[in-house]
Design a protein around this ligand. Structure first.
Ligand code: GRG
Length: 300
């Protein structure tokens, strides 16, 4: 990156463009066989989404003074996994939604079998990137990053969280049970996004890594709390996905368990805890702090 933008909005917009360009480059060409699968992969990945997770990877990379050329690869790996989860999440056998990122869900635009394969192929592309490109100073750290991402999306991470989520329909979990579900379903990948970014740069002490991890856990959970609030309060047009679905599907959420006001209060407590974890880290943690606010104050 030639210049480092100082203003947060400019920073996000420059990096969102950079992520888009890198994804364009690593995704197989739509002309390459099997064309339909490659077109569907590009459809699911390009031109949409807030790119919150890759921005977190960049922000954590700034924390550890990472080379942005390395951070962008880790950021794309995380976003590939995220997009894969959205494609699978929308399938009729999962959350059964027809709208994603303001356009027809992948299985609607293409078909279910293609959407299933899109998810599979995006996942393997994520790991291919982490294996193919140099993303860390040391090979052992790079392997650690692969392990970290694998754990975040496996049965003890995102896939496990989704299994709990599917089983929770029409049940009344306690707040602790809800938290357990979301630490896995949404929190694990957000945590991986931060830790991967940090590992792209200079080696940080265990104490710093632990603080970053705590920051990531808090904003990961806050992200889901706000997601639940927006599902209840925002419109489909603003969200680019079907609003009000949680209530229709009788899914337990922070809103159904706590109500909107208490859910927002919890999200703010989590923001405070996340920011406290960064205390003592000045300029290098600036983007992480700003992203905590972005996650909390977003409208979609
Ligand atoms: C992909 C590892 C893996 C497992 C498959 C389908 C599934 C199992 C898991 C679903 C996980 C899931 C969809 C969690 C929801 C997380 C969430 C709040 C998504 C919305 O993220 P945003 O708002 O979306 O960042 P954009 O579109 O902005 O990227």
């Amino acid at each position: 990156m030639a210049t480092i933008p100082t203003d947060f909005q400019h920073w996000t917009s420059v990096l969102q463009q950079r992520i888009e360009a890198q994804l364009q480059a690593v995704l197989p060409s739509p002309e390459l066989a099997p064309q339909r699968l490659h077109q569907a992969m590009r459809y699911a990945m390009l031109g949409g989404g807030k790119r919150v997770r890759p921005l977190l990877t960049f922000a954590a990379g700034e924390f550890s003074q990472a080379d942005p050329d390395r951070a962008v690869i880790a950021a794309c790996a995380v976003e590939l996994i995220h997009a894969y989860s959205l494609v699978h999440d929308d399938l009729p056998c999962m959350d059964d939604d027809v709208l994603r990122r303001g356009k027809p869900a992948c299985h609607v635009e293409f078909d279910e079998a293609t959407a299933l394969l899109v998810g599979d192929a995006l996942q393997s592309l994520a790991f291919q990137l982490l294996a193919e490109y140099r993303v860390a100073e040391d090979a052992a750290i790079q392997i650690k990053m692969v392990r970290l991402l694998a754990a975040a999306c496996g049965s003890r991470g995102m896939a496990g969280g989704q299994a709990i989520d599917l089983a929770a329909v029409s049940t009344h979990p306690t707040l602790a049970e809800l938290e357990f579900m979301h630490i896995h379903k949404t929190g694990a990948l957000i945590r991986a996004a931060v830790l991967l970014g940090a590992h792209c740069g200079s080696v940080l002490s265990d104490a710093w890594m632990e603080k970053l991890d705590h920051y990531a856990k808090c904003i990961g959970l806050a992200f889901q709390v706000i997601d639940d609030v927006l599902d209840a309060e925002a419109t489909t047009a603003t969200l680019g996905k079907t609003a009000g679905k949680d209530a229709v599907r009788d899914k337990p959420t922070y809103v159904s368990v706590l109500g909107i006001a208490e859910a927002r209060k919890l999200a703010n407590e989590l923001r405070r805890a996340a920011l406290t974890a960064l205390d003592g880290h000045g300029e290098c943690a600036l983007r992480l702090r700003e992203l905590a606010d972005f996650i909390l104050d977003r409208k979609f």
